[in-house]
Design a protein around this ligand. Structure first.
Ligand SMILES: CC(C)(COP(=O)(O)OP(=O)(O)OC[C@H]1O[C@@H](n2cnc3c(N)ncnc32)[C@H](O)[C@@H]1OP(=O)(O)O)[C@@H](O)C(=O)NCCC(=O)NCCS
Length: 179
């Protein structure tokens, strides 16, 4: 796998000035992938594999990954998303259990939304397990709204997915996207 990101916006510095205890940064090669796989294993019953990420990372014009770093942890969280024309498709997002509840996920998503908007995205979507109350509240706070249900979408255990969308009008009173 190639070591570094190729998309121009990954190389654009974005201020982390307000972030005292974590930084959101672009994916930076194999060591980040090891960290992402550790976050996956700690967060999901069906974690994505290294092979799945390596396949994704072959198409860097569509697949983007941002990671949350702390002074002591190279990858405390991450978000993998696609940019499809004017839409952000969130594929995976997680924070290590020991770092949850500190606002890291919010900082990460703000950055994802900011970068997506900079690349031309006007709306964002994702699927979430119907029983995943923490994540549902998390996304609701960021302006996402449930619009449909995909029956039996998940396995291990089998469960419905809620399809969430964040439309510009939903975003109006949620967290600003600038950092
Ligand atoms: C969802 C997740 C990424 C949130 O990350 P986080 O860093 O803990 O989130 P934040 O600290 O920024 O929390 C932001 C808001 O989310 C909601 N939230 C987060 N954790 C919550 C919990 N356990 N219960 C209820 N609401 C919760 C709250 O509204 C919170 O705002 P508040 O702190 O003002 O109450 C994290 O819980 C996680 O990694 N979960 C496992 C993986 C997962 O489910 N990913 C989503 C798949 S679609």
């Amino acid at each position: 796998m190639s070591a570094g990101p190729t998309s121009s916006w990954f190389e654009t510095p974005v201020s982390n000035a307000e972030v005292a205890d974590c930084r959101v940064e672009p994916f930076d090669g194999a060591a980040d992938l090891d960290g992402i796989l550790a976050v996956e294993a700690a967060s999901f019953t069906n974690p994505w594999t290294r092979a799945m990420y390596e396949w994704e990372l072959q198409n860097r014009s569509v697949c983007h990954i941002l990671v949350v770093r702390t002074p002591e942890c190279r990858v405390a969280g991450f978000c993998a998303f696609w940019l499809v024309v004017d839409e952000i498709h969130i594929n995976n997002l997680a924070v290590l259990p020991e770092y949850r509840g500190r606002g890291f996920g919010t900082r990460l998503m703000r950055r994802v939304l900011t970068e997506g908007r900079r690349l031309g995205a006007t709306r964002s979507t994702l699927e979430v397990r119907a029983s995943n109350e923490p994540a549902r509240r998390f996304y609701e706070g960021l302006g996402f709204r449930a619009t449909a249900v995909r029956k039996h979408y998940y396995t291990n255990p089998v469960e419905d997915a809620l399809i969430l969308w964040r439309e510009p009008e939903h975003a109006a009173n949620t967290i600003p996207e600038t950092e």
